[in-house]
Design a binder for this molecule. Structure first.
Ligand SMILES: *Cc1c(COP(=O)(O)O)cnc(C)c1O
Length: 402
């Protein structure tokens, strides 16, 4: 048994490492959620989340995991028996489909091989074939966390428009928001679903819907039963910074701090560039080890995580166990049909060059310790990339004259 000293490396693709200053922001006495001090907090986090979603429209915040916000997106906009077009990009897309079925919706599930994102051409074809306009929503997982594949949402929007179809566009950004470029308004998304514990660098427990005018209009006639998730119940009190039921007050303290980091200090463009650079360095390491990336479409490589295929005959879970026991690092497991066959490296959230190098060193040492056939040199390949493409100067610091 190895005694672990120093910090645990939580390199699963969510929950992610929570920055100390966010933990400190949470560590305050809970305040009266109906008092005047709360209204400032409520207004600040709602306005900040609009900037992260890049929307002028309303955002709601639920005290729930991301799954709750998935349900909210569906029950607020749809009616029993509605057809929804969904795509088998991986484990999370499959779970969303199951949830839709349980709610009494009728998902049309387009099969996939879990190695690429949604095919915009297939969307256009399906919608063109739907002459009766029975499909009421297209549901897409932006960053499929089980595979490390990021679907091209702007092209999905174009495909829906090209088909001239009125379906709503619902997008899960639970593992992309605050890590990968995303624009709710500019991309014509109707409901965006997000969660607190991935790119937003918070503990689990908050989730979000960003809502277009078209989605809000749909909610007036949608007939799926809803109470806890009802947008209208939320939006009334939210206008003055309050909530209809007790919010997760202390997580909102943390959210305010995380928003300051993302929006005021680093800036979203720099956040996205940082994630893309670390993802590229990770892929170079994987290739140098002679291992295979699960994602087969280079323009869909995820900037938030990298899923790595184990060599034939090697058990990914045994490898992850070795890494945890020897080096105190958690790597993501292969989910459902990928169980034992892939491991996932999370490189999102609070992260820098040295956290990346510690992570990759842990993987390389783990490959050696677990006896997984590979070539040496992955860590070096990543170092070479980081040195060749140094982190850009901060636009925010430049603007402040520092
Ligand atoms: C994590 C995740 C979920 C599930 O969110 P929970 O907070 O576990 O309910 C759904 N979709 C994606 C893409 C995710 O990464």
């Amino acid at each position: 048994m190895v005694l672990h000293t120093g910090r645990h490396f939580l390199q699963i693709p969510g929950p992610t490492n929570v920055p100390d200053r966010v933990l400190r922001a949470i560590d305050h006495p809970t305040i009266d959620h109906r008092g005047p001090e709360f209204a400032d907090l409520g207004r600040a986090v709602l306005a900040g989340m609009q900037r992260v979603f890049r929307t002028e429209g309303p955002v709601v915040i639920y005290p729930a995991s991301g799954t709750g916000a998935w349900e909210a997106a569906l029950v607020n906009t749809l009616s029993p028996g509605d057809k929804v077009l969904m795509f088998e990009t991986g484990h999370f897309a499959s779970l969303w489909r199951k949830l839709a079925e349980r709610l009494g919706l009728d998902p049309v599930f387009v099969p996939g091989d879990w190695r690429r994102g949604v095919d915009p051409a297939a969307i256009e074809a399906r919608l063109r074939a739907d002459a009766g306009q029975e499909i009421k929503a297209v549901c897409v997982v932006h960053n499929e966390t089980s595979t490390g594949v990021t679907s091209r949402v702007p092209e999905v929007r174009k495909a829906i428009d090209a088909a001239g179809h009125p379906a709503l566009l619902l997008v899960d950004t639970i593992s992309s928001l605050g890590s990968i470029d995303y624009r709710h308004d500019a991309w014509g998304v109707d409901v965006t679903v997000a969660g607190s514990q991935k790119g937003l660098m918070l503990p689990p427990g908050l989730s979000f819907n960003a809502i277009s005018a078209k989605a809000l209009e749909a909610s007036k006639t949608a007939r799926l039963p809803r109470s806890y998730w009802a947008w209208d119940e939320m939006l009334g009190p939210n206008a003055t910074g309050f909530f209809p039921y007790t919010p997760a007050t202390n997580l909102l303290f943390g959210l305010r701090e995380a928003l300051t980091m993302l929006l005021e200090e680093e800036g979203l463009e720099a956040v996205f560039a940082r994630h893309a650079r670390h993802a590229e360095a990770t892929r170079r390491a994987v290739r140098a080890w002679g291992l295979e990336l699960l994602c087969q479409e280079p323009r869909e490589y995820s900037a938030a995580l990298t899923a790595v295929v184990m060599p034939e005959g090697q058990d990914a879970d045994a490898f992850r166990k070795t890494v945890l026991e020897r080096f105190d690092m958690s790597l993501g497991a292969g989910l459902s049909k990928l169980a034992g066959r892939v491991f996932r490296i999370g490189h999102l959230g609070a992260f820098n060059d040295l956290t990346l190098m510690g992570t990759l060193a842990g993987v390389e040492m783990g490959l050696v310790a677990a006896g997984v056939p590979h070539r040496a040199g992955g860590v070096q390949a990543a170092l070479d990339h980081l040195a060749a493409e140094p982190q850009a100067d901060s636009p925010k610091l430049a603007a402040a004259g520092e």
